[in-house]
Design a protein around this ligand. Sequence first.
Ligand SMILES: NC(=O)c1ccc[n+]([C@@H]2O[C@H](COP(=O)([O-])OP(=O)(O)OC[C@H]3O[C@@H](n4cnc5c(N)ncnc54)[C@H](OP(=O)(O)O)[C@@H]3O)[C@@H](O)[C@H]2O)c1
Length: 275
Amino acid sequence: MSTRVAIVTGSNKGIGLAIVRALCKEFQGDVYLTSRDCGRGQAAVESLASEGLKPKFHQLDINDLSSITTAAKYFKDTYGGVDVLINNAGIAFKEADTTPFAVQAEVTLKTNFFATRDMLTHFLPIIKAGGRVVNVSSFVGARTLNRCSPALQERFRSEDLSEEELVGLMERFVEEAKKGELKQGGWPETAYGVSKTGLTALSLIHARQLSKERPGEKILLNACCPGWVRTDMAGPKATKSPDEGAETPVYLALLPPGDSQPHGRFVSDKQVQPW
Ligand SMILES: NC(=O)c1ccc[n+]([C@@H]2O[C@H](COP(=O)([O-])OP(=O)(O)OC[C@H]3O[C@@H](n4cnc5c(N)ncnc54)[C@H](OP(=O)(O)O)[C@@H]3O)[C@@H](O)[C@H]2O)c1
């Protein structure tokens, strides 16, 4: 049997780095720390090496399609596919940031929704039977959903929401942000929140597709919230350490072979949450 492999996006720091640390200890196989910047990635690999851990490294910028396809080819050629994929890379503007909201909307959705979707488009086909896919979303996405208009809530929660329709909704959010028409469109004014609402909805769509199109392969795909974690993104007042924030993503990544649940769920503190 070929060597098993786990990949974590955006793992040169924060929760991603803590996920790699935990996987190095618990996952039977090669663990890849990835970073858009090779220097920051190698420094993170060295910091884990000083703890006696041995992650491997691959460059991966999820905003760069050629970086995604190069990495996907590498993992297909080297390992025959991927056993565990954790889509952790994400961005958030600080509250005090004065960048116009329309720009924040476009930039935030670009990484957190569209680029993560590009990752899934190119990596889902090479996820091996028994594989685990974890999308690091946020409780903010669930809270944002509750602040959308009833019509939007109905679509986001609908079992027949297609990927195409979801992409259209995300594009509409950006367009309406640019036109200053968010309120009329039924959106709350939070780019990060909507990006994570979209990511969780996308996860549910992909899980349904996997069940339908690859039923015998027993791949489990879930979205999760790591909690409120002390990182550069959330700041020092957050309640969890990065290692604590890694617990739920790692739990989902290491669901034992043969398990059939959770799948297509939003999970926080290792518990399935309402959506
Ligand atoms: N912290 C929290 O309380 C919290 C709560 C809920 C959800 N989350 C989610 O958890 C995930 C990790 O957040 P964090 O708190 O650890 O944030 P962080 O410390 O800011 O780390 C974010 C990581 O994502 C990487 N990244 C950003 N854009 C990327 C791109 N285009 N390609 C590849 N990597 C990219 C960053 O790389 P660079 O170093 O190169 O910028 C960094 O490694 C995010 O998806 C976030 O939304 C966090």
